[in-house]
Design a protein around this ligand. Structure first.
Ligand SMILES: Nc1ncnc2c1ncn2[C@@H]1O[C@H](COP(=O)(O)OP(=O)(O)OP(=O)(O)O)[C@@H](O)[C@H]1O
Ligand SMILES: [Mg+2]
Length: 374
């Protein structure tokens, strides 16, 4: 490679800096194309990044005016010589592009090309795109090819960075989606379940026992208000409203009393003084208790459900025991569409706690142990 003069160095360094500056991918690619054209002294330059549909996700050009570009028409497809360049990781340097066996012509308004260099932009074995230069007085040299290889390497870095960034963004959107699904499941669906049952009870009581019907409607109103509060907390990423007011044990006691009122089984609650948990841990205990209770209501057909919160040194132990039908926790955990058990496990894990589920013909006991921080 011949030595770069000062202005060439400046061009290369501008292109390299563009990759590290916080520009959009398109701006980086445009800088690289413009630098490539100026450095090699070519009339035209382009950089293409193929898409899955046989066209180009990005196609930036330099040396073509807006009007010319508009007159040329739609983006090129990945056929002919462009197709070769996108499947073969070697550069192509031609005195006259029309002599290449795969040359297939160009649209009517396209400028006439003679000399040509195509340089693949690669990442390991993957071809990410190509840099294309055309029409240099005197023709392209081996030194031009080397310079272009350098610029293509920087285009590759920009493209790989952009992909990583996009992947990271998709992941965090997915995580947020999962979080919201879990929160909606844990916080809202059981409230609505209780609400529906209470509304049905109110409807059947209406004629027979208006006073009890009125009290059931009071519960309906309370449940609806709670569901609204929960929804607000989920949307704004806040703690469950019950926990911000009362603290975990009182909130859980109230919840158990409500279930005792709404559902057929007898619900009992007992607690001892507890070591102080972080808010996120309190939330985990509360939500796990709610889901265990909800499962006992929906699946166990239990006649009694007992909830205990016990402080054992630095440990908080939650125990939710029903005397219902029981199930096989190992098997139920595999049922992929179900959220409840999976969410309990996930919450226990992220709170640094341990969850065990004992179940058999005598009923089910869900136990959670969470260590308070020193
Ligand atoms: N206390 C329980 N008694 C009897 N069966 C239970 C109990 N808890 C869970 N199960 C069984 O385990 C299965 C999985 O529970 P899980 O909470 O994961 O899902 P789900 O309650 O069916 O649905 P959701 O996703 O709304 O919670 C339940 O469908 C039920 O068959
Ligand atoms: Mg469930």
């Amino acid at each position: 490679m011949t030595e770069l003069d000062r202005s060439e160095l400046r061009e290369v360094s501008a292109a390299v800096l563009a990759v590290t500056a916080h520009l959009t991918v398109r701006e980086v690619l445009q800088t690289i194309v413009t630098s490539a054209r100026r450095l090699l002294g070519a009339d035209y330059a382009a950089l293409g990044v193929p898409d899955q549909a046989g066209s180009f996700a990005e196609f930036v050009v330099d040396g073509v005016s807006e009007e010319q570009w508009a007159a040329i028409g739609p983006l090129p497809r990945q056929h002919g010589l462009l197709g070769v360049l996108l499947s073969d990781p070697h550069p192509v340097r031609l005195g006259n592009i029309q002599e290449h066996p795969r040359f297939e012509g160009w649209p009517a308004a396209h400028p006439a090309l003679t000399g040509f260099i195509g340089m693949p932009i690669t990442d390991g074995g993957d071809i990410l795109g190509g840099l294309y230069l055309a029409n240099k007085p005197g023709g392209f040299t081996a030194a031009d090819e080397e310079l272009l290889r350098l610029l293509a390497a920087h285009a590759a870095i920009a493209l790989v960075n952009a992909r990583l960034y996009e992947r990271g963004r998709e992941l965090s959107i997915m995580e947020e989606r999962n979080r919201i699904a879990r929160e909606l499941h844990d916080a809202i669906s059981q409230k609505l379940f209780s609400l529906r049952l209470t509304a049905e009870a109110a409807a059947t009581l209406l004629e027979r026992d208006p006073a009890r019907a009125a009290s059931a409607l009071g519960t309906v109103r309370q449940l609806a208000a709670e569901a609204t509060g929960e929804l607000h907390a989920i949307v704004s990423g806040l703690l469950p409203p019950e926990l911000t007011g009362d603290g975990m044990d009182l909130a859980l006691r109230k919840h158990v009393e409500l279930l005792d009122r709404v559902h057929g089984a007898a619900f009992t609650f007992a607690s001892t003084p507890l070591p102080r948990l972080r808010p996120a841990q309190q939330e985990a205990v509360y939500r796990i208790a709610q889901e265990a209770l909800h499962n006992a209501v929906r699946h166990a057909h239990a006649s009694t459900v007992d909830v205990r919160l016990t402080g054992l040194g630095a440990l908080v132990v939650l125990r939710v025991a029903d005397d219902g039908a029981g199930f096989d926790p190992g098997e139920a955990g595999q049922a992929s569409r179900r959220l409840g058990l999976a969410s309990m496990r996930e919450r226990a894990r992220s709170a640094g706690g341990r969850l065990t589920i004992d179940s058999g013909p005598g009923g089910t006991t869900v136990k959670l142990e969470v260590p308070a921080d020193a």
